[in-house]
Write a protein that binds this ligand. Sequence first.
Ligand code: SF4
Length: 244
Amino acid sequence: MAVVEKESVPVDRLNEMQPEELLRWAWETHGLRAGIVTSFQNTGCVTIDMAHRVAPDLRVLTIDPLRLHQETYDFMDGIEKHYGIAVERFGPDPARVARMVKNHGEYLFFDTKEKQEYCCQIRKVEPNRRALATLDVWITGLRRDQSENRKETEKVSVIQQDGRKIIKISPLVDWTEAHVREYVKEHGVPNSPLYDMGYTSIGCKICTTPTRPGEDIRAGRWRWFNHLTADNKECGIHTDGDGI
Ligand code: SF4
């Protein structure tokens, strides 16, 4: 396994690169130790589309909490066919899910913020850690305009993950929603049907609801906690590593 040394990562140079250049760099320098981790929202699909042209063998991974809308599972199958790729799916440990459900019930996420975070930990964060164990370069679809929490997201950073360093890249971090939609239209990128049903952020069924005009993109996530945590709409996947 290659070791990422923070000093050897040309962060400043990478920050100057266009998204396609970054994707090409990731493939050329890290090959199968680089991958796009996506939940098949628009930004992730644009990233896959770009990679298809400049680095077609770049891995595509997803975290499947086993709670997604059927539309998302069907869409994922469609993306595989459209781009001729095989998406690597990382799911939760069945024994841990069974224990959680036995102790707290299937719908524990309605009870308290802590239980929601526990569910996300079991179904999303832990599988994501297993996915990241196979990567030295983690490519995400984060954008600064997605929420207050994401305003400071860096395009390229070296983070500490489970005792080692990995490079985290968000190629479209400074794109706006309008910019992404324009690319989708112009390049004929497949689009999740959930957007046409009023969703502006796509996650687990039940925990994700459509948004109303003027609401924050992620306002539909865990809507019943909006009065508590309107500014913290993260499941833990992107707050886990210690930024260094
Ligand atoms: Fe559980 Fe909801 Fe988090 Fe999905 S989004 S892992 S169902 S709490």
